[in-house]
Design a protein around this ligand. Structure first.
Ligand code: NAD
Ligand code: ZN
Length: 441
């Protein structure tokens, strides 16, 4: 590889400050050191945890940073001591590592690897400043460097612009249902929050054989999608004056067997617990927040309910991601159905706005082309899934709340988007220059 051992200059979306749009910059990505892998990111998606860092938790020491953690790419080069990965391998970076050697990795009970949350490599600089690598992955960049413990090799035939979602949202929700809650056949479940994480939880409940899956969200635009993944009932807390736990209790003769909180709100966590039936109900916290403590009456647990939490669906990343990608290729799990928008890395702020306003499930950002074949496929996709029909219907509501500039941009997105123009390079056979143009040897 011509770039191995050298600094790569490439494009990345930099979060210079909290609560501000990301800025597309040229950054320097240092070569991988011992046990590290440098990855060319092909596609990445936006997850609510990126928004949490940027707009909600906003830790002072957490900026400037490169966000992004739900991605797929191709190994560009490896550092000393890396034997499992080679340049050209298709991989998914992991935000929680798996060393395979510690007490926790050796136990089947958990994915909490002792080295899973080690400080990130931090191989990024921009304008002389160090950029932090958010959760060790930083996939809003053409190249990133991760520890080899945080890399999952996947089937080389997998479409990276789809399976990138397996790097966070899909495993997180699905695993929360099957691994953490351990949903049983014939049971009744409630899933709070119907973003990609919640919808994957619905899919997990269905796969585990749940007979009734109650989808709870304050945004009714999400219900149609939830049906696709197996939801049987829909509840909007805003339609009820009494607590949602009472509504669910009445619907289910005393409460659900399993509830999953996929919002990241301590009040909803409590509601999810209180929606469980006494005696055996299990509630799993999946939504992310460290901003507030939660509370509940001890009698809720004394009466036999169990309250649990789940990171990355309890999956051990290196093993599970490989398997989940296989399951997708074998049509055992849905992935494409989560994708509502396709854009490029340059449009990351638009993708963030869509999520902020509840107008997407997942937006895939193309970061680098996979090759000619991918470009052809990508153009075909644009014809059919630039925006889903459901979201097209929702578009007028969305634009009312936005500025005129945003309005103009939205109009652009539903017709000939800048993405299409950029990918016009592929049509002219110049795509090879697209991502390498900024690499200086
Ligand atoms: P999202 O923003 O796409 O979806 C959140 C959904 O919750 C939206 O549909 C929203 O309308 C709904 N919602 C908001 N308030 C609600 C309320 N009071 N009651 C019911 N529904 C409500 O987010 P996402 O990407 O699906 O992520 C969901 C959560 O999961 C976030 O907190 C994210 O940080 C967290 N997360 C956790 C892990 C983990 O490993 N535990 C991994 C990834 C994401
Ligand atoms: Zn995520």
């Amino acid at each position: 590889m011509a770039t191995a051992g050298k600094v790569i200059k490439c494009k990345a979306a930099v979060a210079w400050e909290p609560n501000k749009p990301l800025v597309i910059e040229e950054i320097e990505v240092a070569p991988p050191q011992d046990d590290e892998v440098r990855i060319k990111i092909v596609a990445t998606a936006v997850c609510h945890t990126d928004l949490y860092h940027l707009f909600e938790s906003m830790p002072k020491e957490g900026f400037p940073a490169v966000l992004g953690h739900e991605a797929a790419g191709i190994v560009e080069s490896v550092g000393a001591g890396v034997t499992e990965y080679q340049p050209g391998d298709k991989v998914i970076p992991l935000f929680i590592g798996q060393c395979r050697e510690c007490r926790f990795c050796k136990s089947p009970k958990t994915n909490q690897c002792d080295k899973g949350w080690l400080p990130p490599p931090d191989r990024f600089t921009c304008k002389g400043k160090k950029l932090l690598q958010f959760v060790g992955t930083s996939t809003f960049s053409e190249y990133t460097v991760v520890n080899q413990m945080a890399v999952a090799k996947i089937d080389p035939t997998a479409p990276l612009d789809k399976v990138c979602l397996i790097g966070c949202g899909i495993c997180t929700g699905y695993g929360a249902a099957v691994n953490t809650a351990k949903v049983e056949p014939g049971s009744t479940c409630a899933v709070f929050g119907l973003g990609a994480v919640g919808l994957a939880a619905v899919m997990g409940c269905k796969a585990a054989g749940a007979k009734r899956i109650i989808a709870v969200d304050i945004n009714p635009e999400k219900y149609e999608k939830a049906k696709v993944f197996g939801a049987t009932d829909f509840v909007n807390p805003k339609d009820h004056s009494k607590p949602i736990s009472e509504v669910l209790s009445e619907m289910t003769d005393g409460g659900v067997d399993y509830s999953l909180e996929c919002v990241g709100n301590v009040e909803v966590m409590r509601s999810a617990l209180e929606s469980c039936v006494k005696g055996w109900g299990v509630s799993v916290i999946v939504g992310w927040t460290e901003l507030e403590d939660f509370s509940a009456r001890p009698v809720q647990l004394i009466a036999g309910r169990t309250w649990k939490g789940s990171v990355f669906g309890g999956f051990k990343g290196r093993d599970a991601v490989l398997q989940m990608v296989k399951d997708y290729l074998d049509k055992k799990v849905m992935v494409d159905e989560f994708i509502t928008h396709n854009m490029t890395l340059d449009q990351v702020n638009d993708a963030i706005e869509l999520m902020k306003h509840g107008k997407c499930i997942r937006t895939i950002l193309t970061v680098s082309p996979q090759g000619n074949e991918h470009c052809r496929k990508w153009k075909d996709q644009q014809k059919v899934c630039g925006h889903s029909p459901q979201l097209m219907q929702a578009a007028p509501v969305f634009v009312i709340g936005l500025t005129l500039i945003r309005l103009a941009l939205s109009a652009n997105l539903v017709s000939e988007s800048p993405v299409v123009k950029q990918h016009g390079n592929c049509r002219e056979g110049k795509h090879a220059d697209f991502s390498h143009s900024m690499i200086f040897k």
